[in-house]
Design a protein around this ligand. Sequence first.
Ligand SMILES: Cc1cc2nc3c(=O)[nH]c(=O)nc-3n(C[C@H](O)[C@H](O)[C@H](O)COP(=O)(O)OP(=O)(O)OC[C@H]3O[C@@H](n4cnc5c(N)ncnc54)[C@H](O)[C@@H]3O)c2cc1C
Length: 452
Amino acid sequence: MKRITIIGGGASGTLLALNLLRYDGDERLEINLVEKRTHVGRGVAFSTDQDSHLLNVPAAKMGAYADDVEHFHRWLNECGLEKDPTSFVPRRIFGEYLREQLEEANKSKADNVELNIFDDEAIDIERHDGKVAVHLMSGDVLYSEKAALAFGNFLPPHPTVPDQAFVHSPRYFQDPWTPAMFDSIKAEDDVLIGGTGLSMVDVMLHLHQLRHQGLINAISTRGQLPAVHKLGFTYSSFYDEIKGSTRVTDILKTVRAHAKNADSNGSDWRAVIDSLRPVTQQIWLDLPLAEKKYFMQHLSRYWNVARHRMAPEAALVIDELRGTGQLQILKGRLKKITWESGIGFDVRYSTVGLDQYVHADVIINCIGSESRFDQLDSPLVKNMLNSGMIACDELRFGLDATPDGQLKTADGKASDMLYTLGTALKGVLWESTAIPEIRVQARDLAQKLISE
Ligand SMILES: Cc1cc2nc3c(=O)[nH]c(=O)nc-3n(C[C@H](O)[C@H](O)[C@H](O)COP(=O)(O)OP(=O)(O)OC[C@H]3O[C@@H](n4cnc5c(N)ncnc54)[C@H](O)[C@@H]3O)c2cc1C
């Protein structure tokens, strides 16, 4: 008998389970899926019930299966939603799709395959008699031959200002992905959003839907918003020109030249970035550590803006709010945040060496998921780091692992029992957070787990 435990039932854990449920071998296969949230299949990204929270990938590219990327779009049509393949669908619909796929796969699986879902939190893992023992918050212990950690997104780190007392204010929201937060924001509150990426866009859209009246300031060091999708363009791969390159600046030069070429030849620079997507992980793997560090320090912000784009519908709302002056995008580094009940937050930030001040009644943290595992509050992560079963990667941007997801112990050995996929592989693969990457990892990891 084979037993596999998956920890985390967000999109990554669900996609892995979906692939495992296709098992057609002779042995018995038992799959345990452990999720601490109420619903499996949704995770952080797809739990939202807001129609204004759109996918940032067109429907025709969001299929759950690596061998059928248009599956989601067909499903939409079958459900009578008849969306255009290029449309950006509300994320809650994608969560519903994943949940339904899991339900269907569970119904049609072979008789020798069993899926057990545990509504629980994994808090520790240890080796026990050649098996993985997963300890759950409820006190139960799950034994299996292999386990996959599909942790996903963690809460953002607090802004790095010296005095952190403000984090105890009831009007500071560290988790930008909980809709309950909006119940305690008054329409006339002035809001400061830390971060100007896609999570900030989500918060803005929600506030707009609630007809928020107060001022909204969003701040980041560069003050750059995500670029806007422009569909309908393609660009031929130029990977041969950068294949095996070990210098980030050489790659950048080539990409820039192609972006210029695209813009002046009827294509679009976004298509150039998209043409790199299938090879981004390989480009990253070929870079020496120092070059990866250089990229993260100096260029990753620009990459994120160009690569993680917002839907045109979202951009229209952002433009409208900026036009009326209700939304302002600030560029600067946060220096000091103080909070006093009845008065609110006084925030000092600096822009090109000059101190600036802004007042807010509410602060929402949209800095982005914490990637430094040694800073996380998760009992499971803490216990596993302490026991040396897992370790941060050399960039402290995820966990140390082989490119195909075999986790490495603190002494650098690849585990034959513990695996991961998704965001934990960001340091190893760079691009490892979105469905187009995760569905490939889920397929390949399922094959690996079953065949070993
Ligand atoms: C707001 C937002 C919007 C996004 N939009 C898109 C998009 O439009 N398209 C796209 O391709 N990608 C999008 N992404 C990227 C997104 O991260 C992935 O697509 C995908 O949702 C990641 O799934 P995941 O399962 O790895 O992570 P998560 O969604 O974070 O799920 C991880 C799950 O693991 C559970 N968990 C963690 N630790 C434990 C434990 N110890 N015990 C039990 N359960 C545990 C958590 O409760 C959670 O449900 C978005 C991300 C965010 C944050």
